[in-house]
Design a protein around this ligand. Structure first.
Ligand code: ZN
Length: 147
């Protein structure tokens, strides 16, 4: 039976979009942008707005910070204790237009040796985990090759 592709968090991105972006929301009154998305009310304390529109966020940004995970986190982190632990790389990225910092894992194969604070990265679709019924999709950050 084929597995179903599902976003790990519904509404945070469109896993099938040709122009893959994280989805935030923007206040109609003051223009503040939120990610994770805020759909109930504007969190700007100087604004009483409650109308927020979904907006695609910048696809590129710069590395604000980064690190790697070299040990197996405890549950509820999902991993197979019978397999060797594979380190993963976490990147905090300041989005180009929004100037907000979004955390995410680096694309497969990208290590801390490939990253530097201030380096340009781009958002790419990725897979967080797979089980018998689902492929859980997510976003990843990948260094932009110097042209
Ligand atoms: Zn507002």
């Amino acid at each position: 039976m084929p597995r179903t592709r599902r976003p790990v968090v519904p509404g945070w991105f469109d896993q099938d979009a040709a122009d893959f972006r994280l989805l935030g929301t923007q206040c109609r009154d003051c223009g503040a942008v939120f990610f994770p998305r805020e759909d109930a009310f504007c969190r700007n304390p100087a604004c009483g707005g409650s109308a927020l529109d979904e907006v695609p966020l910048s696809r590129r940004g710069t590395v604000w910070s980064y690190t790697d995970g070299r040990y197996r986190p405890p549950a509820p982190y999902v991993s197979d204790p019978d397999t060797a632990w594979q380190p993963y790389t976490l990147v905090a990225v300041e989005l180009a237009a929004e100037r907000m910092v979004v955390l995410g894992q680096a694309a497969p194969g990208v290590t801390v040796a490939d990253l530097a604070v201030g380096a340009e990265v781009e958002l790419v679709p990725g897979v967080l985990n797979e089980d018998a019924e689902h492929v859980w999709t997510t976003w990843r950050w990948r260094p932009v090759e110097a042209s």
